[in-house]
Design a protein around this ligand. Structure first.
Ligand SMILES: [Zn+2]
Length: 112
């Protein structure tokens, strides 16, 4: 019974199999194997990054105006998610500070 032909995961060339209980080879060459795993890892990291970015966008949609979200997204795309998160935090702190000032002013106003 002939084995189903295995093609290298990196270069798509047929992979010669070693019989006698060896594990099925997935790549034709050690260099291809390394390339395949490097690419898989990069792809995985890319997917994680995209998931995190989607999470941040969803989170920001509750707290910020569209123009601010657009800017946060632009910062995230160019400088990464960490700087964008710090920027979002700084904006929120500014808003909280102004809200507190407003509360104090209202309190003084009602006391008049
Ligand atoms: Zn190969």
């Amino acid at each position: 019974m002939p084995d189903v032909e295995v093609r290298c995961k990196a270069c798509d060339r047929p992979v010669a199999q070693i019989g006698g209980g060896h594990r099925k080879r997935e790549c034709c060459h050690e260099a291809c194997k390394q390339r395949f795993y490097r690419q898989s890892k990069q792809q995985q990291e890319q997917e994680q990054r995209e998931q995190q970015e989607a999470r941040m966008l969803a989170l920001w949609s509750n707290d910020y105006l569209p123009a601010t979200r657009w800017l946060l997204n632009a910062v995230m795309n160019v400088h990464g998610v960490d700087l964008a998160k710090r920027l979002a935090h700084a904006i929120s702190s500014e808003v909280a500070e102004r809200e507190e000032e407003l509360r104090q002013l209202r309190k003084r106003l009602t006391a008049l």
